[in-house]
Design a protein around this ligand. Structure first.
Ligand SMILES: [Zn+2]
Ligand SMILES: [Zn+2]
Length: 274
């Protein structure tokens, strides 16, 4: 895909087609009002397991029609792209499979939200910590390291299989994992996993996302700031996306991330280490 040529964009957003809280029309209106030149829709893809957060396969043609209508509506004012945030579950289900490859999308984001149990059952590890903590105990036998390592293994396999443009929030598991163990991001093994992902993303020629969805609530970006210097050093193109689920969040956290990234690029702040 072609990279945005200004900072007035957002390529990660959700609507009523998945777990977003507004219509595509309202999200696009909010983006236009925020002065965006480029806006991308990225509903959570259909998946092969039951999930209330993902769109149904049945809705995909309806989504594509509505995206086309809105793209035409904003022509000449704001470029609207039809994307999808595609879940990687296993080598049998991810951005690389024929079903997604044949969809007429402008771009896709590859993301991992589900971590398979030792029996191979995908469990949603995104979202509220209370649910994560319950699953950690009930289905992962309190083995946090297993969950984190498996998450990154999924990210690496997704990169290896390819078929998508943007690597979505690649350390998202940290949101919950760091609540379960506040030291986890300081460990050598965790660092090595992050390094692996950054290197593989660069080798695969992927665009890497900095996701600002949680910044205003938790002061955390995905990936976390401490990995940004390595990310810049890797040479991967970077996009900053709000992952908005509400119209008033279309630009949330993006100005802060842009400012910090610019400071790191210009070397005006030392690289951040935790
Ligand atoms: Zn996501
Ligand atoms: Zn998302």
């Amino acid at each position: 895909m072609v990279l945005p040529d200004s900072n007035l964009y957002n390529l990660h957003s959700h609507t009523q087609f998945c777990d977003g809280r507004a219509s595509m029309q309202l999200m696009a209106e909010a983006a236009a009002e925020a002065g965006m030149e480029l806006y991308g829709f990225s509903p959570h893809s259909p998946i092969s397991v039951e999930s209330p957060c993902n769109m149904s396969r049945h809705d995909v043609p309806v989504y594509l029609d509505e995206a086309r209508r809105i793209t035409d509506f904003y022509e000449g004012r704001m470029q609207v792209l039809t994307g999808m945030e595609i879940d990687f579950l296993s080598p049998d289900w991810g951005p690389h499979i024929d079903y997604f490859q044949q969809l007429p999308l402008d771009y896709s984001i590859g993301s991992v939200h589900f971590v398979p149990t030792r029996d191979g059952i995908p469990v949603d590890c995104d979202g509220r910590f209370e649910r994560f903590a319950r699953n950690l105990h009930d289905v992962y036998n309190d083995d946090l390291r297993y969950v984190v390592e498996k998450y990154f293994e999924q990210v690496l396999t997704m990169i290896e299989r390819g078929g998508f443009d943007i690597l979505g929030h690649f350390d998202k598991i940290a949101a919950n994992a760091a609540k379960a163990d506040s030291n986890i991001e300081h460990t050598g093994w965790y660092n090595a996993l992050i390094e692996d992902v950054i290197n593989h993303a660069a080798s695969a020629g992927l665009i890497v996302e900095i996701n600002t969805k949680s910044y205003n609530d938790t002061q955390r970006f995905f990936p976390a700031i401490q990995w940004w210097s390595a990310l810049l050093h890797s040479g991967s193109p970077i996009v900053i996306n709000s992952d908005a689920h509400y119209p008033d969040k279309v630009n949330a956290g993006r100005p802060e991330a842009l400012r910090i990234l610019e400071q790191l690029r210009s070397g005006s702040v030392p690289s951040v280490q935790i």
